[in-house]
Design a protein. Structure first.
Length: 445
């Protein structure tokens, strides 16, 4: 089976080519649309591909370039938007048959508005699992092997980037929905501090954890997106050349495949060789307990938000989601409050214990992307979502059948800029190189 992964090239290289006059945004969007024609039938990332609108945006961005005004780092960069996020004039179906007749959104979500203000080009909307639950998978396939899942819930967001159909995309994470798809598809991603940033215009799932994140080919692209969206938050000094890095050791690692464990040890060796101090760290009360507390809170919240879905005719909503809603409706408020208190207590202890580390790392998933359409095991990611800090994801190697492996890099909440700088430093040592940029031919044509 021929892999379909590809890269357009780095955001910075595209931006520089615009400034040099090597090509313009219309060239890039036409290239993206041709790439969609070539691989979308196999990857199935898109729910709505806005060809004419994307070209119209590109012509406007090209005109701005010719006018010689100041442009930001996201000017003319093609993005995809997860279909739980509103775009004015388009329906937000959230991957559910229950929303097939919903009308178009009246306004852009805050994140879409921010992208437009930064000069990005929105190419269209991409598939999600139903209501961003981990089950109810869309038709999207992994570009590295279309017999395998791209992960979820941000399935289309990761696959569209990994297949080279866009430079970047927006997703959301409530449990593991940014980190896991990035790792499975061999790309980079970032989930900010939990609940950081406006969720206006985003279909809720479990609001205590819902957070917007983004995908791109490599960590420097992810960092450029952050600066383009919020320079006041993310333009911070570079990380020290020598970092103190914690490697989480926890019984949950017993679920990891030999390839994943080997990749962890390789990363430790690479980081040590690069001059960083690397130490084992423990997590109290343990990652399994955090998984359980998170599940209790998530199901309680969806049980209150989506209880009406239980009354719909059969076939309108995936049964696994209905079961989770029903379980959540039966969770007592005292149990919910206890789970929240336990997570808050864990946050206090963990971030105090880890306060001397610039970053902490852990594998993004127990295995490579599994065969089939189930979105994979989120249990390695959920505890770190519950801990609330920013999480960067790096492609760091390959495992079974040549499939990608990823590593999480995290730190305490509200250190997003510093964490991204640490992730860039870590990426210098452990991130695998992307393939050849297909847009290079536009420079030499």
């Amino acid at each position: 089976m021929r892999p379909l992964q590809q890269t357009l090239g780095s955001i910075r290289a595209i931006h520089q080519a615009y400034l040099n006059g090597a090509f313009d945004p219309v060239d890039v969007i036409e290239h993206c649309l041709r790439r969609c024609d070539d691989v979308e039938g196999s990857v199935q990332a898109w729910t709505i591909l806005e060809r004419d609108n994307a070209l119209q945006q590109a012509r406007h961005r090209a005109q701005q370039l010719r006018a010689g005004g100041t442009i930001g780092p996201l000017h003319g960069i093609p993005f995809a938007i997860k279909d739980v996020i509103d775009m004015a004039g388009l329906p937000t179906r959230a991957g559910s048959r229950s929303r097939q007749s919903i009308g178009p959104a009246r306004a852009d979500a805050a994140i879409v508005s921010a992208l437009r203000a930064a000069g990005a080009i929105i190419v269209g909307k991409v598939h999600t699992t139903e209501f961003a639950f981990f089950d109810g998978p869309p038709p999207t396939r992994n570009p590295w092997d279309t017999s395998r899942t791209p992960g979820g819930s941000s399935s289309g967001s990761a696959a569209a980037v990994a297949a080279g159909m866009v430079s970047a995309s927006i997703g959301t994470q409530t449990a593991g929905s940014v980190v896991r798809p990035a790792a499975y598809c061999g790309i980079a991603a970032f989930k900010p501090t939990t609940q950081l940033g406006s969720m206006y215009g985003v279909v809720p799932f479990a609001p205590s954890f819902d957070t917007i994140g983004w995908f791109a080919q490599r960590m420097h692209d992810v960092a450029d997106i952050a600066v383009g969206l919020e320079p006041q938050r993310y333009q911070v000094p570079p990380a020290p050349r020598r970092l103190c890095i914690g490697v989480v050791r926890d019984p949950l690692l017993e679920k990891a495949s030999a390839d994943v464990l080997s990749n962890v040890e390789k990363a430790i060796s690479q980081l040590t060789s690069a001059g960083h101090d690397v130490e084992d760290v423990q997590c109290q009360p343990g990652l399994h307990a955090l998984n359980e507390h998170h599940r209790c809170m998530l199901e309680y919240e969806i049980g209150r938000i989506y209880g009406d879905l239980l009354q719909l005719p059969d076939g309108q909503v995936n049964q696994a989601l209905l079961d989770a809603i029903a379980r959540g409706a039966n969770i007592a408020v005292d149990a919910y409050a206890s789970a929240r208190a336990s997570i808050q207590e864990a946050q206090r202890h963990v971030w105090s214990d880890w306060s001397s580390y610039d970053a902490v790392i852990y594998p993004a998933a127990p295995t490579v992307a599994p065969v089939g359409m189930k979105t994979g095991d989120p249990s390695f990611i959920v505890p770190f979502t519950a801990l609330g800090g920013p999480i960067a994801t790096l492609p760091t190697g390959f495992g079974e059948a040549g499939m990608p492996l990823g590593m999480m890099v995290t730190a305490q909440p509200d250190t997003d800029g510093a964490l991204l700088q640490a992730a860039l430093r870590i990426a210098e040592a452990i991130e695998v190189e992307p393939g050849q940029a297909t847009l290079a031919r536009l420079v030499t044509a």
